[in-house]
Design a binder for this molecule. Structure first.
Ligand code: ADP
Length: 447
């Protein structure tokens, strides 16, 4: 059993892990950059160690500094949160080489799923339906055009190493292929150091539906239903809900079982998310994330489980604390991502929080590392909080979200909060009638 865990992250997710550790009686170690000396995760953890200057590459991404912090504090395991080193297979290898435990999947699984071509290949073999596309990487424009003709336009050129919505280019017709191919490749090389691209049929009106899976590393796995994360800006999620408004219990059971069987088949350990595009009643796999997702709290709300606690348990070699039969959707949950960004262009807006007041009451959860007087540093992601609400059904969750947004105060910096006030007034949001393009179109017309 672990008695001390180091958290290789910052912000709200570092706090999230501290909270799970505290409830389990495990001590927590925060690491931080010099810019984060006053951060909430540093204040809340049992111990804190400075690992370098502000830039992520000099601190939160510096593997030797993190390993040294483990050795100095005697932490036996590392929780990576999301982002930073959470999907870095080399990091996992180094951790294991030092006799420490990574709270997450194996280096091999991270490597397979981190490359979208091998991920698709693996999933196809495991019986998971995929978006029609090229058979692996596409080396040149001529091959790209050949694939485009076979699939039928529009198609999308995607970086195999891509993430965060980058390295993706749409080719509406064959005339656009040459430029889409070269741009995607150049972005892939500069963003991910790997210029390999592949091509997929571009789905025109899908929803983004992702299935939460969880494995014990010994061939047992369950699914915890789906999240609908279709409301996106530049392929980045903004608003997430569980269960998906367009998914029936029968569909959930079917796609859920396919996913659970797939990860059981590879002895997957810990939390994972299998992402699909969903159109006309069919699911098409796009990628798997081998970490805890930003939006995991909506799943925790409707299933009444603590996913971080489960991650820690299976990393200790314990069995999962639930079986598939124990897992039943209860009610409806919605999360909104609050970013320190100025509308309408979503320009990052670091600065000092002059007043912060979190909403409360039945069914309201606020995951945030803000406090009065906190200075949001300019070096990191602009996510400053997540508001999660849970109700007996979708209308109740929406009413609760509206009520909670009304109570929330974040003063001193611009945030994306006005966006959510406006969205809640939209009929399509009230009825759950939206696809992955809905928000971009709405932003164009309304902001
Ligand atoms: P990333 O790893 O950068 O997040 P994903 O492959 O998960 O990339 O895709 C992110 C988003 O891009 C999806 O949620 C969807 O909105 C859009 N997208 C990706 N592939 C397709 C496709 N074949 N057709 C239509 N939209 C797509």
């Amino acid at each position: 059993m672990f008695d001390k865990i180091l958290i290789a992250n910052r912000g709200e997710i570092a706090l999230r892990v501290v909270r799970a550790c505290r409830e389990m009686g495990i001590k927590s170690v925060a690491v931080h950059s010099t810019a984060d000396a006053d951060a909430m995760h540093v204040r809340m953890a049992d111990e804190a160690i400075c690992i370098g200057p502000p830039a992520g590459t000099d601190s939160y991404l510096r593997i030797p500094a993190i390993i040294a912090a483990c050795e100095v504090t005697g932490a036996q395991a590392i929780h990576p949160g999301y982002g930073f080193l959470s999907e870095n297979a080399d990091f996992v290898q180094v951790i294991e080489d030092h006799g420490l435990t990574f709270i997450g999947p194996t280096a091999e699984h991270i490597r397979i799923m981190g490359d979208k071509i091998t991920a698709k290949d693996t999933m196809k073999k495991l019986g998971v339906p995929c978006v029609p596309g090229s058979d692996g990487g596409v080396p040149d424009v001529a091959s790209a055009k050949k694939v485009g003709k076979e699939l039928g336009y529009p198609v999308i050129v995607k970086a195999t190493a891509g993430g965060g919505g980058r390295g993706m280019k749409l080719a509406p017709t064959e005339a656009d292929m040459e430029s889409a191919f070269h741009t995607a490749r150049a972005e892939a090389l500069s963003g991910f150091g790997n210029d390999e691209v592949y091509i997929e049929k571009y789905l025109t009106k899908p929803r983004h539906i992702e299935v939460q899976v969880f494995g014990d590393g010994k061939g047992n796995a369950v699914h915890l239903g789906e999240r609908d994360c279709s409301l996106q800006r530049r392929h980045q999620k903004v608003f997430e809900e569980a269960p998906g408004p367009a998914i029936t219990p029968e569909m959930r059971a079917r796609i859920g079982k396919t996913c659970a069987d797939a990860v059981a088949g590879i002895n997957y350990i810990g939390a994972g998310t299998i992402e699909f595009l969903y159109e006309d009643g069919e699911f098409y796999f796009i990628e798997m994330n081998t970490r805890l997702q930003v939006e995991h709290p909506v799943t925790e709300a409707v299933f009444g489980v603590d996913l971080v606690r489960e991650q820690i348990r299976v990393a200790e070699g314990l069995p999962m604390s639930f079986t598939q039969d124990d897992l039943e959707v209860q009610g409806h949950a919605i999360e909104v991502r609050i970013n320190a960004e100025k509308l309408p262009n979503f320009t990052p807006c670091p600065g000092t929080i002059t007043q912060f007041h979190a909403p409360g009451g039945l069914g309201v959860r606020m995951d945030s590392a803000l406090y009065d007087g906190y200075k949001i540093p300019p070096y990191y992601d602009s996510l400053i909080g997540k508001l999660i609400v849970h109700g007996r059904d979708r209308p109740e969750a929406l009413a609760r979200l509206s009520r909670a947004l009304g109570e929330l105060i974040v003063d001193g910096v611009d945030t994306t909060l006005p966006l959510f006030h406006a969205l809640l007034a939209e009929k399509d949001i009230q009825t759950g009638n939206y696809d992955i393009h809905w928000l971009e179109k709405w932003l164009e017309e309304n902001l």
